[in-house]
Design a protein around this ligand. Structure first.
Ligand code: DGJ
Length: 742
């Protein structure tokens, strides 16, 4: 790994065993990207790649004779006003109203390690030799604004992280109207764009399209990463790219607020990728001495297809984004009471459920919504973070003690950013909810969003919840967020700072998380937003796992978990077995399939265990035993390979292969059953060709075994008999294959 500066040719080369990223300081002192992709040899000079040619309608930025036009070079961080007609990455408005700027190279620093981003989530290096950082400072002299472009290269991954910082040194303040995290440009447009889009209960479905000239992209404007609708991630890949082959560039934003991922193809077929905080509804006033830091963008390059890209994101995010003791610990198997009781529970019922869960082998009981204030339905109670003693006479402290006596850990649901008008908190502080003066107060699920851009609001909520956490035996917290945001306005901000509100809100959320995980380092946090509405890398920095979707139907979960796996590791994906008919779509799937699918995540149950038959209880017991055997490998020590794409066919297939390739767990799951249909060969991936594996699987009551070499399992595959799928339940049948080196 090295970041080299060739002083004579004014070229920076960031390179490790996998990638090269080459930056050139052009003759006008702006920065050009000469190359980003598979590693190339270093040399003194790459400036022949700085190609100029005269074209009509160029705005030249150097005195004649010159052909240098910013419209035809791949800029590192484009601004408006120096001859580029495409969308900029940054925009500042000066006191005189001008939006023209010209940031020129001034200095640079190269140093080992990776600095943190103040108040923001970011990947990290654990030692100085794991990563190296380049910071290039550019200055716009007229406004007196400095801009630092920060790049970190990781030694062991094809990864570069980027963010940008602005510091005002001039006397007059400037308004940052656009401050994206990164811009990355390519010389041609021969790419497909992949995105993860959806909605409540169908999050992160996979969509691809060919790039076209002009603008395309995705954005989130709902305050919670954009809700379930657009995940802050895109990939560009060469046409024909598969799971195993082809070049892919991944762009992932470590942020949980409004975001933008935009691709612009010029009429000269050049492609510009921009990502960062959504400029809509954003501005930031920067006074002398103040600094603004953008969120981090994580760029992954893969020449091993989409699978290669995903495995890089998984390893990086699992080990260098997640923090705290839970990073390296297998996750507890839990029972959550939500789908089992909704709001309708008593202390007695909860204890009975916990006792049964414990008998089945579960380790954690999670009390979901409804334990606080006057929360008997979703009209009341949010904001009143004290126990409803009518429902739980022992209080949360007493209940948690009783849980420990049963032998099960106890976890609690909260929704700290919200308030119901029917709450003591609202009655005491009606001005604490986000509302624009004179406008109708839009509500969603009868609730409103608290103004987390205000310190006193965050402090008050902190004190309420910290009291509960410190007086009870709580080992897990599910932090929910069920409202998207609109009509942003904060009475605490002056008119010229209203554009800061949405970003300040998310900084407030981050600060509360940071405080709570600092004060309660043993608690496992799980983030949630009406299911997977805030499933992003920013959250992962604070909460090691997230509720993937409210849709707990096993077949739908195949698609949701498959899509989510493009970026996010299995250790992040909350996955539960629920009752049938499924509460979201009325479908009945076999219990074996519900268990098999949930195994590929952080495993748990979400149903009324007291209503289960003896037969079902026996199956659940076995599922829990199996999960305990494999969870370390699945969640912490394996590589994940997608095998059969549920967005393209009737089957889902994937496999977790242990890092030492001595064991593996593969899932085959079909949607609808078919009779008298084609042969099925389930081809695996990631195995060691020279290892002979014992393959074990169950069909109905019968367990079967056979041995096969890794190369056979990968190249020929496992033959699947359609009669076995009938035995496994027909529609939505699945088979779980356990592989172990002989
Ligand atoms: C939405 C979450 O996604 C559910 O799991 C549950 O916690 C409900 N909120 C409770 O209101």
């Amino acid at each position: 790994m090295a970041i080299i500066y060739h002083e004579k040719s004014r070229i920076f080369h960031l390179t490790n065993d996998y990638i090269s990223y080459i930056i050139y300081v052009m003759e006008n002192d702006q920065l050009e990207n000469l190359y980003y992709g598979r590693r190339v040899h270093d040399r003194e000079d790459f400036s022949h790649l700085h190609q100029l040619s005269w074209r009509l309608q160029m705005s030249l930025v150097q005195p004649d004779p010159s052909n240098l036009s910013m419209h035809f070079v791949r800029q590192e961080y484009p601004f408006y006003g120096t001859g580029d007609y495409r969308s900029p990455a940054g925009e500042i408005r000066l006191a005189n109203g001008s939006r023209v700027s010209d940031f020129k190279f001034r200095t640079y620093a190269i140093f080992p390690g990776k600095p943190g981003l103040p108040g923001l989530p970011a990947t990290y290096a654990e030692s100085e030799d794991e990563a190296e950082t380049l910071e290039i400072t550019l200055t716009d002299e007229v406004s007196g604004t400095d801009m630092v472009l920060s790049y970190t290269l990781f030694r062991d991954y094809p990864v570069i992280t980027r963010h940008t910082r602005f510091t005002q040194t001039g006397d007059e303040p400037v308004m940052l109207e656009r401050a994206l995290s990164a811009s990355v440009e390519f010389l041609d447009m021969d790419y497909e764009m992949l995105q993860l889009s959806g909605a409540w209960a169908r999050e992160r479905h996979v969509y691809t399209r060919r790039l076209e000239r002009g603008l395309q992209g995705i954005q989130g404007l709902a305050g919670t990463t954009g809700g379930a609708e657009q995940n802050p991630f895109i990939a560009l890949m060469r046409p024909g790219t598969t799971e195993k082959t082809g070049e892919v560039y991944g762009f992932s934003l470590v942020y949980s607020g409004n975001h933008l991922e935009q691709v612009e193809v010029s009429t000269f077929d050049m492609t510009r990728v921009l990502l960062g905080i959504n400029p809509r509804n954003f501005s930031w006033k920067l006074c002398r001495g103040e600094t603004f830091t953008t969120p981090e963008a994580v760029l992954v390059y893969s020449d091993q297809g989409l699978g290669g890209m995903s495995r890089t994101y998984h390893d990086l995010y699992r080990t260098r984004l997640v923090r705290g003791e839970w990073r390296d610990k297998a996750r507890p198997i839990l029972l959550n009471n939500w789908e089992g009781t909704y709001f309708d529970f008593t202390e007695e019922k909860l204890l009975a459920m916990a006792k049964k869960a414990r008998e089945l082998g579960a380790e954690l009981f999670v009390l979901d919504d409804g334990w606080f204030g006057k929360r008997n339905n979703d009209w009341a109670g949010l904001g009143d973070w004290f126990c409803n003693l009518t429902k739980i006479p022992s209080g949360i402290d007493g209940l948690s003690e009783k849980m420990e006596e049963i032998g099960i850990k106890f976890g609690l649901w909260v929704e700290l950013e919200m308030v119901n008008k029917d709450s003591d908190l609202y009655r005491a502080h009606p001005d604490w909810m986000i509302q624009a003066p004179g406008r109708y107060h839009c509500q969603g699920r009868h609730q409103h969003v608290l103004d987390f851009s205000r310190q006193e609001v965050v402090d008050c909520i902190h004190d309420m919840i910290a009291k509960i956490l410190s007086t009870s035996k709580i080992s897990y917290v599910k932090w929910d967020m069920n409202r998207y945001m609109t009509a942003s306005f904060s009475p605490a901000l002056p008119a010229d700072r209203q554009g800061e509100m949405m970003h300040r809100y998310i900084l407030g959320v981050y600060s509360l998380y940071e405080r709570l995980i600092g004060e309660f380092p043993h608690i496992l946090f799980e983030s949630c937003a009406s299911g997977g509405g805030r499933f992003d890398p920013g959250m992962l920095y604070y909460a090691p796992q997230a509720w993937t979707s409210d849709d707990t139907d096993a077949s739908e979960r195949c698609r949701i978990q498959y899509g989510t796996s493009y970026v996010y590791p299995l250790s992040m994906m909350g996955a539960h077995v629920s009752a049938v008919p499924n509460h979201q779509l009325g479908r009945t799937t076999p219990l074996s399939t519900r268990g098999n699918v949930a195994m590929f995540g952080t495993f748990g149950y979400e149903l009324d265990v007291l209503a289960m038959t003896e037969e079902e209880s026996a199956v659940v017991k076995e599922q829990i035993i199996r999960m305990k055997k494999y969870r370390e490998m699945i969640q912490l020590g394996s590589d994940f390979y997608r095998l059969l794409d549920p967005f393209k066919g009737n089957e889902t297939g994937w496999i977790c292969v242990a890092k030492d390739r001595k064991s593996a767990l593969a899932l085959f799951c079909q949607t609808l059953n078919r009779v008298n249909d084609s042969w099925i060969r389930f081809r695996l991936d990631g195995l060691d060709a020279d290892v002979c594996y014992r393959v074990r699987y169950s069909i109905g009551e019968e367990t079967r075994e056979y041995t096969a070499w890794g190369d056979e399992l990968v190249n020929i595959g496992i033959p699947i008999d359609r009669a076995d799928l009938n035995t496994q339940g027909g529609d939505f049948a699945s088979i779980l294959y356990e592989l172990c080196a002989e």
